[in-house]
Design a protein around this ligand. Structure first.
Ligand SMILES: *Cc1c(COP(=O)(O)O)cnc(C)c1O
Length: 377
């Protein structure tokens, strides 16, 4: 059994994808160009975000967004302690300082109730807080209305790190169009993945869109008119062609993911009732794309459970074993254990189960049987 089965997906759309890729090879137009522009239009339509810029990865998308918004030395960006490292890394690469706001136990997302106090605390120390990066972890959006409201009141920008949540919705609006800027990733294992690295930045603001579009190509507004410092962070045409072929099946895949998650919920609910695990909690008004189906192991040692499952042929993953503030490159800020209790507890308990649009019922039953065997002795 595979944790994510990309082979099945490729087999299902092989003809369309191969044809699209061959088309790019025939055109010999390999970087940006028509395929990328078409993908930008299609994903702008899909998310409802007025502007979209194809970039080389989610990480580069975060970096470009922060650069465009002026993150630099002596500025502070608030984010969640419970995410993939790239969220904090992008802030730090620009010389800005990362600050953290603990998560909600239910959704694993940044807790808006803690945000204002954190802003007050940082500003009280004389720090210049610029904005907030909110991560839609596991494919479910955070409480964006509350976070946008507080941020607006305090003059802070909001970036949604939507690297796991393309296709998710929040109160009827799509992830990618819930804040000023939003960044998604097309890393192969993400809900919409390409055949290498890729990403997209969505913008609600035309000026920022133009700036980021220039910044992805060395700040060039055309014909070597370099207006800004930028990066080489372009999306390849082959990746865009693969993504366009897959995008035609994306809604269908989201439905399949939803069905798979419902099935896990049914199969595993007896273990939750016995207090042995915690199942994902999707908030009212939210549609998760289940980038991950992540449970909590409540009584047993999570790492031992993962090993026992592996011995039974069930692959699992841990997203993520350590909260960001406690990782090595953040040592210099002096964050301590106990500062982000909810994130620390999550890091000890979470376990992601095999999840993708092509998972079969019998495989999910096998996962459930193995979990019962390991936990409910
Ligand atoms: C995957 C991911 C990223 C980085 O995306 P890449 O395309 O791999 O650079 C950033 N943030 C989160 C939350 C992610 O899951």
């Amino acid at each position: 059994m595979n944790f994510i089965d990309l082979k099945r997906q490729y087999q299902a759309y092989r003809k369309e994808i191969d044809q699209a890729v061959l088309g790019v090879m025939d055109s010999t137009h390999f970087i940006l160009g028509q395929e990328v522009e078409a993908l930008e239009r299609e994903l702008s339509g899909f998310t409802g975000a007025p502007f979209a810029v194809g970039v080389s990865s989610g990480t580069d998308g975060l970096l470009l967004s922060l650069m465009a918004l002026g993150a630099e030395k002596d500025t502070v960006i608030i984010t969640t302690p419970f995410s993939f490292f790239a969220t904090a890394e992008a802030i730090m690469l620009l010389g800005a300082e990362p600050a953290f706001c603990d998560i909600e136990r239910e959704s694993f997302n940044l807790d808006p109730h803690l945000l204002e106090d954190r802003i007050n605390e940082l500003e009280g120390l004389g720090k210049k807080v610029l904005g907030v990066i909110v991560v839609s972890i596991y494919g479910q959006c955070a409480d964006m209305d509350a976070i946008n409201r507080i941020s607006k009141k305090r003059g802070l920008f909001v970036i949604e790190d939507a690297c796991q949540s393309l296709g998710a919705s929040y109160k009827g609006r799509m992830s990618g169009n819930l804040s000023l800027l939003s960044v998604t990733s097309f890393f192969p294992s993400k809900p919409l993945g390409c055949f290498g690295d890729g990403g997209m930045v969505f913008s609600q603001d035309e000026h920022l869109f133009e700036k980021i579009k220039a910044m992805r190509i060395h700040g060039d507004r055309g014909r070597y008119d370099h207006r800004y410092l930028g990066l080489n962070a372009r999306l390849d045409a082959i990746q865009a062609a693969v993504l366009r072929a897959k995008l035609r099946h994306f809604e269908e895949e989201i439905t399949l993911r939803q069905e798979a998650s419902d099935r896990y919920m049914d199969l595993l609910s007896p273990l939750e009732r016995k207090g042995m695990i915690g199942l994902p909690h999707i908030k009212k008004g939210c549609r998760s794309v289940f980038a991950q189906f992540t449970i909590r192991i409540l009584e047993e040692d999570r790492d031992q459970v993962a090993r026992a499952l592996s011995e039974l042929g069930i692959p699992t993953a841990i997203h993520y074993p350590r909260p960001l503030p406690l990782l090595e490159p953040l040592k210099r800020y002096g964050f301590r254990k106990g500062e982000f209790l909810v994130a620390e507890e999550a890091a000890r308990q979470v376990l992601s189960l095999p999840m993708h649009a092509f998972i079969e019922e019998r495989e999910q039953e096998e996962v459930a049987r193995a979990l019962f065997k390991v936990l409910d002795k």
